[in-house]
Design a protein around this ligand. Structure first.
Ligand code: MLC
Length: 521
């Protein structure tokens, strides 16, 4: 049997291929027949470039149906798809291209000339472009070719995608996901959430992460259903299209912003059978407010790039607020103590899981396996949790120093490393502060070096923006005299958070972050 994920989806496509697969915000629709045709042409283009099974295809493009077809065409050809956030500046791209060594980079037309030297430096053989309307040199090349009919034969363990996640060391790691990892999760989620051919998913997530690319699109593809594709999340766009949707998925920030709109009510959500939330903790007050306004109980689930989804509240049955539900079918999940012994319900410990959805390791980092996996093959998630007697998991914290801002992971170390290199900064600490909109807000504390003159926070932030994607750049930067440390010399980030919170409370009128915020030290 061909384990190629595309082939598995194809087996579920509606027999009536004229049914809609995707409709763009412009109203243009692509049927399943057109999906086959488009991906066949792009696959022909990829083949004409000489790409071979296992080659990486990096894509830093805007969200569009064609961007999705590019991903599916890579699957068809047995290539490894590497989606990149368009917010990554050149400095971050440089790392990804060096590490992943893609054979093709598809970029936005406006960034092509700037990326040519970078692509040459990293020996990327081909550079094509694709704009937000689906036009560009990739489309031109694909349109001139006849669509391929076949799908590359793949083993279940063959890599299908490479997704980078930032890491505790400050160096992003590429999670290699196989056809089996993605296929098993697609099937499990389709069943768990009851996806059927008549479902219409309203898709407002980015297409460069697990949530928007795999969780959302794979449920639709595995059910032969349809989706309405918004170019990005915006409240008006979502409210306009919700009456045509049956399922909506989002990060908690989406729900917080929807609740701020007076148009969110029972009537606006009448056609929707399921609202799903993930990628960051959904606050109980958001869940309750949404229930009160719309009558819907948001289904919260839990997962990560390395493993897809691992737990979910149920479609039928009790959705427990504050929990992320029970392990999905096929996922073995345990909560362990410091020695790796499984703990009984009610005890807090480290969350680990194993299953066909769990990746086999990070790109070019075989040495990490012993650290990331237990001897019996459980992935160490880095999250702390507690299981209740009904088997529902509640996440209570993280072992790793991680901030989740608007559903995006930011590892403080990555930001601190750049701050520490800044002339005039002796050391820094980056923390997440509670934020009504984003869940957590990236906040930096910097200590000036002895010889430094006055530090100018807006200039530091402006410089960081040239090196890091905007969501990683601190929203606030405070200059402090020193960082609190424990006896081992480790920065006590909990103390920093408490102090920063006190400053925020005591400064309702809001000092401009900088020397004025010395009170935090
Ligand atoms: C954008 N900005 C953010 C941000 N997103 N800042 C902090 N956190 C974020 N998440 C910054 C930009 O850099 C810019 O800064 C300013 O905010 C406005 O940019 P924007 O693009 O207009 O922002 P907006 O449209 O408001 O985006 C916010 C958002 C978006 C929440 C809608 O970030 C989003 O779609 N998040 C979803 C992320 C997601 O899909 N996560 C899934 C990961 S997978 P400036 O300074 O330039 O103005 C995963 C596994 C799992 O975690 O379980 O799902």
């Amino acid at each position: 049997m061909n384990a190629n994920l595309y082939e598995q989806f194809r087996a579920r496509f509606p027999s009536d291929r004229s049914r809609t697969f995707v409709e763009a915000a412009s109203g243009t629709r692509w049927s399943y027949a057109e999906l086959e045709d488009e991906t066949g042409r792009i696959a022909a283009c990829l083949r004409s470039l000489g790409l071979r099974r296992g080659d990486r295809v990096a894509a830093q493009v805007e969200k569009s149906p064609r961007a999705l077809f590019l991903y599916l065409a890579c699957l068809r050809e047995g290539l490894v798809y590497l989606p990149l956030n368009p917010a990554y500046p050149e400095a971050e791209l440089d790392y990804f291209l060096r590490d992943a060594e893609p054979a093709l980079l598809v970029c936005r037309p406006k960034s092509q000339s700037g990326l040519e030297p970078l692509a040459r430096r990293h020996r990327v053989a081909a550079l094509l472009n694709l704009d937000d309307a689906g036009e560009g040199s990739l489309a031109d090349a694909a349109d001139s070719l006849s669509p391929l009919e076949d799908t590359a034969a793949c083993d279940a363990a063959d890599p299908a995608a490479l997704l980078y996640t930032s890491g505790t060391t400050g160096r992003p790691k590429g999670a290699v996901l196989s056809h089996r990892n993605l296929a098993s999760n697609a099937e499990v989620l389709k069943r768990a959430w009851g996806f059927a051919p008549d479902d219409v998913l309203l898709h407002a997530l980015p297409l460069f992460h697990t949530h928007g690319l795999f969780v959302a699109c794979h449920c639709v593809l595995a059910a032969g259903a349809a989706m309405l594709l918004l170019p990005r999340f915006d409240v008006d766009g979502v409210l306009r299209l919700l009456p045509r949707a049956t399922v909506f998925m989002g990060v908690p920030t989406f729900y917080v912003r929807l609740l701020q709109h007076p148009g969110l009510d029972e009537a606006a959500t009448r056609t929707v059978r399921l609202f799903i939330s993930g990628s960051a903790p959904l606050l109980p007050q958001t869940f309750e407010a949404f229930h009160e306004r719309t009558g819907h109980r948001i289904l919260e689930r839990y997962g990560m790039t390395e493993c897809g989804m691992v737990t979910s509240n149920p479609l039928e049955g009790a959705r427990k607020v504050g929990t992320v539900g029970a392990p999905l079918a096929g996922v073995a999940l345990r909560v362990v103590d410091g020695k790796g012994n499984a703990l009984p319900p009610g005890s807090t410990g480290a969350v680990e899981f194993r299953g066909p959805n769990v990746f086999s390791g990070y790109w070019k980092m075989p040495e990490r396996r012993a650290e990331d996996f237990s001897a019996d093959g459980f992935f160490r998630s880095g999250d702390l949790g507690v299981m209740d007697s009904d088997g529902y998991l509640t996440l209570v914290g993280r072992e790793k120093d991680l901030i989740i801002s608007g559903g995006l992971n930011v590892y403080p170390k990555e930001v601190e490393t750049l701050l520490d290199r800044y002339e005039g900064i002796a050391e820094s600490a980056v923390i997440g502060m509670p934020d009504d909109d984003l869940g957590e807000r990236v906040t930096a504390m910097v200590v000036p070096s002895a010889s430094a003159g006055e530090l100018h926070p807006p200039s530091i932030i402006a410089e960081l923006k040239t090196m890091l994607a905007g969501y990683k750049v601190p929203k606030e930067l405070h200059v402090v005299d020193e960082l609190p440390r424990n006896a081992m010399g480790k920065v006590q980030k909990n103390l920093l958070r408490d102090r920063a919170a006190r400053v925020a409370d005591g400064a309702a009128s809001g000092p401009v972050p900088g020397r004025e915020s010395r009170a935090v030290d």
